[in-house]
Design a protein around this ligand. Structure first.
Ligand SMILES: Nc1nc2c(ncn2[C@@H]2O[C@H](COP(=O)(O)OP(=O)(O)OP(=O)(O)O)[C@@H](O)[C@H]2O)c(=O)[nH]1
Ligand SMILES: [Mg+2]
Length: 664
């Protein structure tokens, strides 16, 4: 990412006989040739032998062999132009300003950006300094990057000419420095300010700068050093100094590292690296991505209250050209009582952006300075494997699940979405309706693991037609209102039209469940409907005072384990609290591992010992029983009995095996 890898094309123009061809041939053969052709062939110097490590083409021009159109073409193709004059030929010096520089402006435009170098040749013939008459030209023609004197005969400064030419292309002055004002251009100030903010990791200026650098800054600026650290003003001063001392490459190396091109715009490669997301795959943040974004949060949460006040949020995005989030973000993720985004809410919002619009996440990671610590933003994003494979393998590594929420008008979709942010009706009533969002996202525990559940309100109340994108979710949630008899029919129709044949798990939710349920105007009651179509029974939901959080856990569980439909269904039918499901799973795992180790021990023992070793076996059994005694509580009784039964059965099988072997 350091410097731009591209070709440099150096064109030499100037009056006849000033020594253009000789200069080129002297550079190539490292000796002066008395006889030279009118025009040298184009020369390409491979990257590894040039000082800046870029392939360089050197192109000669001769009026004897080329007409104006050919010159025009070459000028257009050149990345830098050397106008050669002879220090001994006053005419050739005059013609720099009367002919050559105006010609370039007429061909390339008055404000052209092709750097020009004035090259005074045949300095071996002059015994007095000649540059004085040339330097003022630089003030009148800002495109002139530098002047250099040389001799093709003595080889003096020959390689410097080409080095300056390369440098003028790779580290041009015009975009970063205004020589008339003797200061950085506004674009350079803006870019360097952004870089300063990114490098200032703890938001208290650059403390670690070298002491002598700080000394220089403090000598030349009033508040360049604050609290023994380089402040923004000092940082900008340092770069002005680098450019004034001809060390443009220092400033440009910094700018390139942070993604800037020659026009001080962030390059496309930098903000939009290619990422391939195949069909059925999703995008999630990696651990590195979360870590980086969390560190940005910590840096800007200046009062350490775990929330971003509007000012802190503004500062956080001050290195970006625009705010990525609108006012609706406060109703999409968790906030504090004042509506300020909390740290988990902030990470949830990035999770949402990464899932729905990964190019935007990549772009903002670049603006926020992800490259300062990592090679590319791609390491912050993970493309999940196809959902089809997850279903085949019956397990998923995904952490973010999409749930589409559908329901007739006024059934309570918005409140259901807000409930995921643990907001009750009273709180929702205080919100500005215009800032409400169609999304909400929060973390939910699924079998002890933290997963993101993203709810999206899909508005199909009029058409009842779902597009493939509207169907693209991990779980569907159909809402009806227990107080309105005409709301369940919508759920039933949507289910029968769209979800009955697809593999998306579906949950019917009865909203406003604090009220008594009225009979729905539909052939079947919601419970009968769910039973007929083998759906989990309708889940009652209210967010009047406290929110029924269980529903979200169920949705996330169904999304995470779509192929365990029956199990989830069974658990939901019996309305067991979730801790019990967790307990069953953990207990099963525990007892399985116990039985397995017992079996292993017994097997090893039975197979290796020729005779039955009572002592060893009883030791093994004793330790096993000790475990059981510790765990034998009222709650665990059932599972222990099952475990013991399994172990006994296993032991019996081995005994039979042993006996059969002994008989044979
Ligand atoms: N003393 C001295 N003579 C030089 C130097 N460079 C070139 N010459 C001589 O100047 C004359 C012109 O050199 P060229 O290299 O042919 O000049 P050019 O600019 O290519 O000329 P055109 O192709 O006609 O435009 C030749 O006689 C060279 O030997 C130099 O550094 N010192
Ligand atoms: Mg020539």
């Amino acid at each position: 990412m350091g410097s731009l890898k591209r070709d440099v094309r150096i064109l030499l123009i100037g009056d006849a006989s000033v020594g253009k061809t000789s200069l080129i041939l002297s550079l190539v053969s490292e000796e002066f040739a008395e006889e030279v052709p009118a025009k040298a062939e184009e020369i390409t110097i491979p990257a590894d032998v040039t000082p800046e490590h870029v392939p360089t083409h050197i192109v000669d021009y001769s009026a004897k062999e080329q007409d104006d159109t050919m010159l025009e073409e070459e000028v257009a193709k050149a990345s830098v132009i050397c106008i050669v004059y002879s220090v001994m030929d006053e005419d050739s010096i005059q013609r720099l300003t009367t002919y050559w520089l105006p010609l370039l402006r007429s061909l390339l435009g008055d404000e052209h950006r092709t750097p020009v170098i004035l090259v005074g040749n045949k300095v071996d013939l002059a015994d007095y300094p000649t540059l004085e008459s040339i330097l003022p030209i630089m003030n009148d023609f800002s495109e002139v990057e530098t002047c250099v004197e040389c001799s093709a005969r003595t080889l003096k400064n020959i390689s410097e000419v080409f080095y300056y030419a390369q440098k003028a292309v790779l580290h041009p002055t015009a975009p970063v420095y205004n020589p008339e004002e003797k200061e950085l251009t506004p674009a350079a100030r803006k870019a360097l300010t952004r870089i300063f903010k990114i490098c200032d990791l703890d938001n208290d200026s650059l403390k670690s700068a070298l002491e002598d650098v700080k000394a220089i800054v403090s000598r030349h600026t009033t508040d360049g050093i604050i609290d023994n650290a380089i402040a923004l003003k000092g940082f900008l001063f340092l770069h002005t100094l680098f450019i004034q001392k001809g060390r443009h490459e220092t400033t440009w190396t910094v700018l390139r590292k942070f993604g800037y091109d020659d026009n001080l715009q962030l390059t496309n490669d930098f903000i939009a690296p290619r990422i391939h997301v195949g069909p059925g795959c999703t995008t999630e943040l990696t651990h590195q991505g979360y870590q980086f974004l969390a560190s940005v949060f910590d840096k800007y949460d200046e009062d350490r209250d775990g929330c971003l006040s509007p000012d802190e949020l503004q500062n956080l995005f001050s290195t970006c050209p625009l705010m990525p989030w609108g006012p609706d973000v406060n109703n999409t993720v968790a906030t504090n009582g004042e509506g300020w985004i909390t740290s988990p809410g902030y990470l949830a919002q990035w999770t949402l952006t990464t899932l729905l619009d990964v190019p935007r996440t990549l772009e903002f990671l670049a603006y926020l300075g992800y490259h300062y610590h990592h090679e590319s933003q791609l390491s912050a994003v993970h493309v999940t494997r196809e959902k089809k494979i997850d279903l085949e393998k019956r397990q998923t590594t995904r952490n973010v699940f999409r749930c589409h929420v559908l329901g007739a008008k006024f059934v309570g979709k918005t409140s259901f979405l807000q409930g995921l942010l643990r907001r009750n009706l009273r709180y929702v009533a205080t919100l500005n309706r215009q800032h409400l969002s169609n999304f909400s996202i929060n973390t939910v525990q699924v079998y002890g693991q933290e997963k993101y559940l993203l709810l999206q309100e899909v508005d199909v109340t009029m058409s009842e037609v779902l597009t493939p994108t509207e169907l693209d979710c991990d779980v569907a949630c159909l809402l009806y209102d227990v107080t309105n008899p005409r709301t369940f029919e919508f759920c039933a129709r949507i289910y029968l039209k769209h979800f009955i044949d697809c593999k998306i798990p579906t949950l019917v939710v009865a909203c406003k469940a604090e009220h008594p349920e009225v009979r729905q105007d539909y052939d079947l009651t919601p419970a009968q409907f769910c039973q007929r179509y083998r759906l989990p029974p309708p889940q009652h939901f209210t967010c009047m005072d406290t929110v029924n959080w269980d529903v979200y856990v169920k949705l996330a569980t169904m999304a995470a384990y779509p192929n365990l439909k029956r199990l989830v269904h069974m658990l939901l039918v019996h309305q067991r609290p979730l801790w019990l499901e967790e307990r069953i799973r953990l207990s099963c795992m525990f007892w399985l591992s116990r039985v397995r180790s017992f079996l292993l021990l017994s097997t090893v023992h039975f197979i290796t010992s020729p005779s039955f070793d009572l002592q060893c076996c009883s030791q093994c059994l004793a330790s096993y029983l000790m475990h059981i005694r510790d765990l034998y509580t009222e709650e665990n009784k059932l599972y222990i009995h099952v475990g013991l039964g399994a172990a006994a059965l296993a032991a019996l099988s081995f005994a039979i095996y042993k006996i059969v072997r002994a008989i044979r």
